[in-house]
Design a binder for this molecule. Structure first.
Ligand SMILES: Nc1ncnc2c1ncn2[C@@H]1O[C@H](COP(=O)(O)OP(=O)(O)OP(=O)(O)O)[C@@H](O)[C@H]1O
Ligand SMILES: [Mg+2]
Length: 361
């Protein structure tokens, strides 16, 4: 069990600064997900924590001990990669016990740790099989078992589920959550999949271009994204975002549509006359087909596309030069071109500075 602290950590490859300055505190037993688009520096950050990548500046400490100059195997961490990297000629049990055997642990201790991990992971009946005779999900569990038997202070995962098909990913996601609840180890989990991050983590770290955009609980980053980048990245389908001007008591969308400025936004600083407005799809619904709204504003528009998903239907329409998404509960068939009266819950508006994307409400 362990606390992990990154203070002003940076990474430079030659002249390229890929991680300028990251600070992050992870509590004992906490599950933190690093999420962001491809190339934003997630793996680099994880590899610096693991000691697989030298850091260019700052400090990394585990349990208050600076580990900057420690070798990976001296840091008390275990890493699970996207490619499971199992030894094909070894049984599941041998794969799982490899690190302990190399470390010269006594036979009884190795057996008991492997059996315990196999029990947690539901691998007991596969201990004598080779990896080739396992499914993708079972191989992924063996890779996790290899980490668990080492009883590391910190677990590091780098996209561990991305080689699995969609259904198995969802199963393994639940599995990882259950294992974390049982084992309770401090965990840093890298993924580009915001749903994986949101469902698994106690706190989500949203990265963009080597920087942290926001750190918060899944509920916080969803309800109150700190930047327009986070607003668009977290949530599926993504938040509707449109440029607007603040003019007295009105918000004027690009193209001229005027919305009343909600009470809650009356205090917007005058310096923010040009803004980006955000509204999630669930905060726009055809009249009679959504949840109760605190501050509805209505607009009649033709629907361009409807996507029935079973429990709900996504409806797309054009407004202010953008395609918007709305969510209809209690679905009914909607033909393309059909005009519907949409209610917009303006009490749920997210407002960002148009210049730098920072949240201002
Ligand atoms: N050895 C290297 N030399 C130079 N640049 C590198 C090196 N390794 C990574 N980079 C660059 O650093 C940036 C961050 O890479 P990183 O692998 O951390 O991204 P990531 O967030 O894990 O992306 P993905 O989701 O695609 O795995 C990228 O722009 C990448 O091209
Ligand atoms: Mg990566």
């Amino acid at each position: 069990m362990a606390e992990l602290e990154l203070s002003n950590v940076s990474k430079r490859y030659g002249g390229l600064l890929v991680v300028p300055d990251i600070s992050l505190s992870v509590g004992d037993g906490e599950f933190v997900a690093l999420v962001g688009p491809s190339g934003c520096g997630k793996s680099t950050t994880l590899r610096m924590i693991a000691g697989l990548e030298e850091i260019s500046g700052g400090t990394i400490s585990i349990n208050g001990r600076v580990v900057n100059d420690l070798e990976p195997d001296e840091r008390g961490i275990a890493m699970v990669f996207q490619s499971y990297a199992l030894y094909p000629h070894m049984s599941v049990a041998k794969n799982m016990s490899f690190a302990l055997r190399v470390a010269g642990r006594p036979r009884e201790e190795i057996d008991s740790r492997v059996n315990e991990a196999a029990r947690i992971l539901g691998l007991t009946e596969f201990l004598n099989r080779r990896p080739a005779a396992l499914s993708g999900g079972q191989r992924q569990r063996v890779a996790m078992g290899r980490a668990i038997v080492r009883r590391p202070d910190v677990f590091l995962f780098d996209e561990p589920l991305s080689n699995l098909d969609a259904k198995l990913r969802v199963q393994m996601r639940t599995e990882i959550k259950r294992i974390h609840q049982n084992v309770g180890a401090t965990t840093i989990y890298v993924t580009h999949d915001q749903i994986e991050a949101m469902t698994l983590a106690d706190r989500v770290v949203v990265m963009n271009n080597g920087r942290i955009e926001q750190v918060g609980t899944p509920a916080e980053v969803y309800a109150s994204p700190a930047t327009s980048f986070v607003a668009e990245f977290i949530g599926m389908p993504p938040m509707n975002l449109v440029g607007a001007d603040v003019e007295g008591d009105a918000l004027v969308l690009d193209g001229g549509t005027r919305l009343p400025l909600p009470e809650t936004l009356r205090t917007l600083p005058a310096s923010h006359d040009k803004v980006l407005l955000g509204l999630r799809p669930e905060d726009i619904a055809p009249a009679g087909h959504g949840l109760d709204m605190a501050a509805p504003w209505s607009l009649d528009v033709p629907v361009s596309i409807s996507e029935p998903l079973g429990a709900e239907t996504l409806l797309f329409f054009e407004l202010a030069g953008k395609e918007w998404t709305a969510r209809m509960l209690s679905p009914r068939p909607v033909a393309p071109g059909e005009r519907l009266s949409f209610n917009f819950d303006l009490s749920k508006l997210h407002v960002f500075d148009a210049a730098d994307g920072a949240r201002i409400n």
